[in-house]
Write a protein that binds this ligand. Structure first.
Ligand code: E4P
Length: 215
């Protein structure tokens, strides 16, 4: 399973990239706004790190506008995946962009039928938002399992990118279900690495090592 960071913070991305555990990055307008910097400046710095998959979202709501923004983003850098919202205009734009060879990440997906449509128009990724579903009292992981089953039935090549991840159990469940990708905040990715028994075990090994005669 690929692990993506869900952030527009170049500092956070650089840190996980250097740790060697990062496969990609997803951004959205909210995450970009938090940085207080021009979108293209942020995007340029992220792409310059060599991240192979960087999702950047269109903000137009009509098909023509989405196509214009999507084509511009595609030309921006070869690592870019264009994020398009799951709307009728978004489906039409995705169909055209996919035919042109642009990799589209269909976002704001909350039902298996929406995911079916994303695959049919040729999206490279589909992003079910599991945390937001959990917040509504619906099990987001059920949606992920449904989508994986449907894609398996028809051998759709669209990858399932589990988004709106809130904690490490979401990552674990996504991996057990066989999701292709999980995108998560920096704090969640940090928690994947840490375990109190690892910390304690290392402390004890280092303490005991002091007792070993060195000469
Ligand atoms: C990523 O592609 C999504 O935009 C993101 O995971 C949404 O997360 P949120 O529900 O925590 O805002």
């Amino acid at each position: 399973m690929e692990l993506f960071l869900d952030t527009a913070s170049v500092k956070e991305i650089r840190s996980m990239w250097e740790a060697g555990i990062l496969d990609g990055v997803t951004t959205n307008p909210t995450l970009v706004a938090k940085e207080g910097r021009r979108f293209e400046d942020v995007l340029r710095e992220i792409c310059a790190l060599g991240i192979p998959s960087v999702s950047a979202e269109v903000v137009a709501t009509d098909t023509d506008g989405m196509l214009r923004e999507g084509r511009h983003l595609r030309e921006f850098h070869p690592s870019i995946y264009v994020k398009v919202p799951m709307t009728p205009a978004g489906l039409a734009a995705t169909k055209t962009l996919a035919k042109e060879g642009t990799r589209v990440n269909m976002t704001l997906v909350f039902s298996a039928n929406q995911a079916l449509l994303a695959a049919k128009v040729g999206a490279a990724y589909v992003s079910p938002f599991i945390g937001r579903l959990d917040d509504q009292g619906q099990d987001g992981m059920d949606l992920v399992r449904d989508i994986l089953g449907i894609y398996r039935n028809y051998r759709f090549p669209t990858k399932v990118l589990v988004a709106s991840v809130r904690h490490p159990v979401h990552v674990l469940e996504a991996a057990k279900a066989g999701a292709d990708i999980a995108t998560m905040p920096y704090a969640v990715m940090e928690k994947l690495v840490q375990h109190p028994l690892t910390t304690l075990g290392l402390e004890r090994f280092l303490k005991d090592w002091e007792k070993v005669p060195k000469a």
